[in-house]
Write a protein that binds this ligand. Structure first.
Ligand code: FNR
Length: 361
């Protein structure tokens, strides 16, 4: 019998062994030199912990509230595309795992199950991630459907005016899967007979003119709270607040967009300072350990989103694999909190971590 994975990284090899190369490369890859891809994980290794002892840690409470929704731990599911390429049940399996773990799933705009299928399959709290196409009516239609089916917030991804150059997809001639969400809205056909079909599709459809004033447009068509995902500077955090968003996700899109963008954990504190506690800051990029979650919380994140490990869990074992990935991260976070003298999330403070900057100053 195959050995059970004991940590989240071990799911990656299982996914690699089980998936066609084109799909594994799509999930695992980053942009160009993949500098930021490595950095997202490496930068966590350069942060050490400052544990406190002789604190009563006989009970650990990891629960938290995101936009008013209570979840069991600050570990959420990032929006990632095309789950049916990883497992035949696709996003429905992921959503069931989110419900079982009592966490929030952010459904990708590029999902292979529909907004409705995911909504009716489970009672997890769901947010909906949005891309805005030149055809604004497509975004507007999806927003309406998400609202109607009980999605609780919109996550507007703002780091994709064009698609990053993911060289593995170009080499593999990655093919766009069937996107059932768009049935009846528009034809997801693309003119491309070489290179990445995804890149051609994205560049044909995405509205590269989208800018800050368009948040007002989005607010005019929905009452849902809006989070912007893809903020990497204090300047943009301030603009996001001025635009009236309800939260920010610090993210470099899992290093799939602008290579040489900073490791997200290295800019989290800057963004948190800029928001001055007025709106929640979520975080993603390179979270592979409970200690990573702890570090992000210490630097001011309210919760983290996990991307690739969820897909690897899904590819390895479907819903059970996604559950296992989340449970392993929760178990590790709980232990980290106990060993650091933090019985609840509010006990995790900036003084529980030491970053490279702390060493210089
Ligand atoms: C993504 N990401 C993403 N983001 C988004 O807003 N919409 C999307 O459709 C996708 N699709 C997608 C596919 C795949 C295969 C990956 C790996 C990522 C980015 C995602 O939400 C998140 O920002 C990163 O995945 C976080 O980094 P880690 O956890 O993968 O290191």
């Amino acid at each position: 019998m195959a050995l059970e994975p004991v940590n989240v990284r071990e799911f990656q090899q299982m996914a690699k062994d089980g998936l066609p190369k084109m799909y594994y490369d799509f999930y695992a890859g980053g942009a160009e030199d993949e500098f930021s891809l490595k950095e997202n994980e490496e930068a966590f290794r350069r942060i050490t912990l400052r544990p406190r002892v002789l604190v009563d840690v006989s009970r650990i409470d990891m629960s938290t509230t995101i936009l008013g929704y209570r979840i069991s731990s600050p570990i959420m599911i990032a929006p990632t595309a095309y789950h049916k390429l990883a497992h035949p049940e696709g996003e429905v399996a992921t959503a069931k795992a989110a419900a079982a773990c009592n966490t929030i799933m952010i459904l990708s705009f590029m999902s292979t199950c529909t907004v409705e299928e995911v909504a009716s399959s489970c009672n997890a709290v769901r947010f909906f991630q949005l891309y805005v196409y030149k055809r604004r009516d497509v975004a507007a239609a999806l927003v309406k459907r998400a609202e109607r089916h009980g999605y609780k917030a919109l996550v507007l991804t703002v780091d994709v005016p064009r698609l990053g150059r993911r060289e593995a997809d170009i080499r593999n001639r990655m093919v766009l899967p069937y996107l059932k969400n768009f049935d009846g809205l528009f034809s997801a056909e693309v003119d491309s007979d070489n290179g990445s079909n995804l890149e051609a599709f994205a560049n044909q459809t995405l509205d590269a003119s989208l800018c800050w004033k368009d948040i007002a447009w989005l607010k005019s068509i929905t009452n849902l709270p809006i989070l912007v995902k893809g903020i990497l500077t204090g300047e943009d955090a301030i603009k996001a607040m001025e635009a009236g968003v309800s939260g920010i996700v610090v993210s470099n899109h899992g290093a799939r967009q602008l290579d040489y963008s900073p490791a997200t954990i290295s800019v989290l504190q800057e963004v948190v300072h800029a928001t001055r506690g007025k709106i929640p800051v979520l975080f993603d990029g390179g979270v592979r350990r409970g200690t990573d979650v702890f570090k992000a919380l210490a630097l001011g994140a309210q919760a983290v989103l996990v991307g690739r490990p969820i897909i690897y869990g899904l590819a390895a074992k479907g819903e059970a694999g996604v559950r296992q990935v989340i449970e392993i991260l929760k178990t590790e976070l709980e232990l980290t909190m106990a060993l650091s003298g933090c019985p609840s999330l509010k006990d995790i403070t900036r003084s529980h971590v030491k970053t490279e900057r702390d060493r210089i100053h």
